[in-house]
Structures are given as C-alpha cells and as structure tokens.
Design a protein around this ligand. Structure first.
Ligand code: SF4
Ligand code: SF4
Ligand code: SF4
Length: 216
C-alpha cells in the first residue's frame, strides 16, 4: 500500500470536526461533515473540475481535514454549476444535488452596523446624513436567487430569507472591508443552529404564498 493511501486511511478513520469558520464552506452536495470526512479520499477531482476556481484544498493547519475541499467565500463564492457533485467518486458530494436550490452549504448574515444600505437608511431616517452615504445593493444584485434568497425591504435594505443557499457570491462582492455580509456554514463543524435564529414569516410583496421566512 502506498504511503499516501495509508495516510488517507488514518485521516479518514479519525473523523475530525474542524473549527467553526465563517465564510468557509464545504462544496455543494457535501454530506454531513463526519460522513464527509470518512468518504472524501482527497482526490481533488472536485477542485480540478470547478470552472470558477472556487474550491481550495485544506492545508496542514487544518489537522485531519488536510486535503479536503472547501470554498472561501471572501475570495470566490460558488457559482452553483454543480459540476463538482458529478465527479466525486465516493459520494462525499451527493450526485443527486444537481439544482442550485439543493445546495444549502450555509446562510448569509448581514452586519447592519456596517452595511452601506443600512447606514444610508439610518442616515435618511434620522436626517443626519452628510450627503456622502453610499447606496450599494451589490449583494442583492449579484445573488443568483435574487428576490428569493435575498430581497430589498421597503426597497431600501437587503434581507436574507430561508432560501439562501450560502453560495457566498454576495460575500465575494460586498465592497466593505471587513465584509458586511458573511456566510455561516452548515458544515465544517459550525454550530449552525446556534449561529442562526429564525424570525416569523414575513409578508413582502413578492412573497405571494407567504412561505418565505426571514431568519436574521
Ligand atoms: S458547484 Fe460549480 S462553482 Fe460551485 S464549487 Fe462546485 S464546481 Fe465550483
Ligand atoms: S453588498 Fe455589502 S455593503 Fe452592499 S448592500 Fe450588501 S451587505 Fe451591504
Ligand atoms: S444571499 Fe444569495 S448570493 Fe448571498 S449566499 Fe444567499 S443565495 Fe448566495
């Protein structure tokens, strides 16, 4: 048996929950993290096939997760072509995940204290604006599920809904530094439930069936 295969077996027999890392996500279709760690043979086929260069290989600092694929949304979000799910030879990425709505690798969260739109709306409401506030909407305009995963409340500020897949395109493009919209990952050992909270059903105009939920 090759040395590299022995290392893989040792790593895979010691499933590892990596530390919660904001904006760091498993590829779409990734199965539950412990199972993912057991199944992923670190062949990098998903990384190689990604036409957007969205996938990275975890490094030595990632402990037993070394060699496994992840997305770093601040550099490049996932454009949900779903090619990576089709080349994974072991089922670590579910081949049945072929539509962007099935992705759900995380969910976006907006920092209302730094987002340009929220600051603009606040200045407008308080009448204290110096005329230099920016109106942005970049996250809304770049979202592949525009008006579903994210909508503009009162045509003014972006709000995330339960349909957000966590693709991270909004994070990649947000112009503030640090980013005002970040992704809470469902995988990578993050405590998704703790980091997120659900709000009641909202009733925005586009939401005619009244089933979409805000969550932040
Ligand atoms: S779905 Fe497409 S863009 Fe996203 S990580 Fe997979 S191959 Fe890359
Ligand atoms: S892209 Fe960033 S700054 Fe612009 S509206 Fe969205 S969260 Fe706010
Ligand atoms: S709000 Fe849209 S762009 Fe941002 S993570 Fe969710 S689905 Fe992707």
């Amino acid at each position: 048996m090759r040395f590299i295969d022995k290392v893989r077996i040792i790593l895979n027999e010691n499933p590892f929950y990596s530390n919660f890392k904001i904006n760091r996500l498993r590829p779409p279709g990734a199965v539950e993290e412990r199972e993912f760690m057991r199944l992923c043979i670190r062949c990098a086929r998903c990384i190689e096939v990604c036409p957007y260069r969205s996938l990275h290989r975890a490094g030595a600092a990632d402990g037993a997760a070394v060699g496994t694929p992840y997305i770093y949304a601040e550099e490049r979000g996932c454009y949900m072509c779903m090619l990576c799910t089709q080349v994974c030879p072991t089922g670590a990425l579910d081949k049945n995940a072929t539509a962007m709505q099935q992705m759900s690798v995380g969910r976006a969260k907006i920092d209302e204290t730094t987002c340009y739109d929220y600051l603009y709306a606040k200045a407008l409401a308080e009448g204290v604006g110096g005329g230099t506030e920016l109106y942005c909407n970049t996250c809304y305009n770049s979202c592949p599920l525009q008006a579903k995963a994210i909508y503009l409340k009162n045509m003014e500020v972006p709000v995330i809904t339960e349909e957000c897949t966590g693709c991270g395109v909004c994070t990649e493009r947000c112009p503030t530094e640090p980013r005002s919209i970040n992704i809470i990952p469902t995988q990578m050992g993050g405590n998704f439930e703790r980091e997120t909270k659900e709000l009641p059903i909202f009733d925005a105009d586009f939401n005619t069936d009244n089933t979409v939920k805000e969550w932040q």
